[in-house]
Design a binder for this molecule. Structure first.
Ligand code: GDP
Ligand code: MG
Length: 318
């Protein structure tokens, strides 16, 4: 008998059916990961760039383990897209657990923030050179998951467009040393994905942030996650997307699928024949989010965070 159950050609769904978490680790990342591990001995300082909107979720413990005894500067990146209160709380969290000088927030659109990072690097350089009696330039690796802004940050720091950047994960495929001046060199590295994504919600946040490609979960699924998030936290921003807005009450109570359908109808995303085109509407909604048109976000709450294993093990080791 023919099996006519609906089929989903969606990799994450297939994986999620059999286990609570899934991994997405393409071959080029495995190669990049090996290359970075080999270079780890050469590095004096590690910049670990995180997304301010979900800092612990975008922290790659595996990657940090390549550098067991090296100082780490955590940068909370894309700060221009993060809600101020959440960002300050996360900065406090990292100051408490990693050290006052081990964290800074940054946006490539904020010259003052770039200057603050530069000052912090100069301070760390002096300390490291003094402690290790180094006379050669300090070698700094800029690390993080894909698409978190590593290459863009490097270009801002060196004041040149030397590192290739782009809105999709996987633009930087090779490591590249770039002179920073002031006796420092930066290593641009390809993004390395978390080996294991803890759950479906985490995967959806990572997709929204552009760290996992949309096609892995499917744009509609990611957009529906965003609709649900807005329903709970910021229905005003969702309502503002409509020409003829639904009531706030309806916006909070209706199923996310129906709201996306309503939005598709309102914005005129229709297929030939008149049915609403959810895919195009989902892609449009994700674009609005990524262009910052839905405002600033903070997807993870610091009050839910326990002391991360990474800080506990480093404290024990120090
Ligand atoms: N709003 C905002 N976008 C950023 C920032 N830094 C990088 N981006 C964007 O994020 C995307 C990925 O940047 P890229 O530097 O290629 O990331 P990488 O893969 O980590 O090297 C690009 O579209 C950048 O323009 C930032 O501070 N704020
Ligand atoms: Mg890059």
């Amino acid at each position: 008998m023919k099996d006519d159950r609906p089929r989903e050609g969606n990799r994450a769904d297939e994986l999620n059916r059999t286990e609570p978490a899934f991994s997405w680790f393409p071959g080029h990342m495995l190669k990049a990961s090996r290359e970075l591990k080999q270079k780890a001995k050469l590095i004096d300082l590690v910049i670990h760039l995180l997304d301010s909107r979900a800092p612990l979720l975008t922290m790659n413990h595996n990657l940090l383990d390549f550098f067991p005894n090296k100082p780490i500067l955590f940068l909370l990146g894309k700060a221009d897209q993060a809600e101020g209160k959440g960002l300050r709380a996360w900065k406090g969290y990292f100051q408490e657990h990693a050290g006052r000088d081990a964290v800074e927030s940054v946006s490539i659109h904020d010259r003052h923030a770039i200057d603050r990072v530069m000052k912090k690097l100069q301070k760390l350089k002096s300390e490291i050179q003094k402690r290790r009696r180094l006379i050669r330039p300090l070698r700094i690796a800029v690390t993080g998951v894909p698409n978190v802004g590593k290459s863009s940050l490097i270009n801002r720091l060196i004041r040149r467009r030397r590192a290739q950047t782009g809105p999709q994960p996987g633009v930087t495929r090779h490591q590249q040393w770039l002179p920073l001046g002031d006796g420092m060199e930066l290593l641009d590295t390809p993004g390395i994905m978390l080996p294991r994504i803890p759950n479906e919600e985490a995967a959806q946040v990572l997709s929204l942030l552009g760290i996992i490609r949309d096609r892995i979960l499917g744009p509609e699924k990611v957009a529906l996650f965003l609709v649900r998030y807005l329903q709970i936290h910021r229905h005003d921003r969702f309502v503002a997307l409509f020409d003829r807005p639904p009531s706030a009450e309806l916006c909070c109570s209706e199923a996310a699928e129906d709201l996306l359908d309503r939005l598709a109808m309102d914005r005129g995303f229709l297929k030939t024949g008149g049915d609403t085109d959810h895919l195009r509407c989902a892609e449009w909604l994700l674009q609005q989010f990524r262009e910052g048109k839905l405002g600033k976000f903070c997807f993870t709450d610091v009050t839910d965070a326990t002391v991360d294993n990474f800080f506990q093990s480093r404290q024990k080791g120090s």
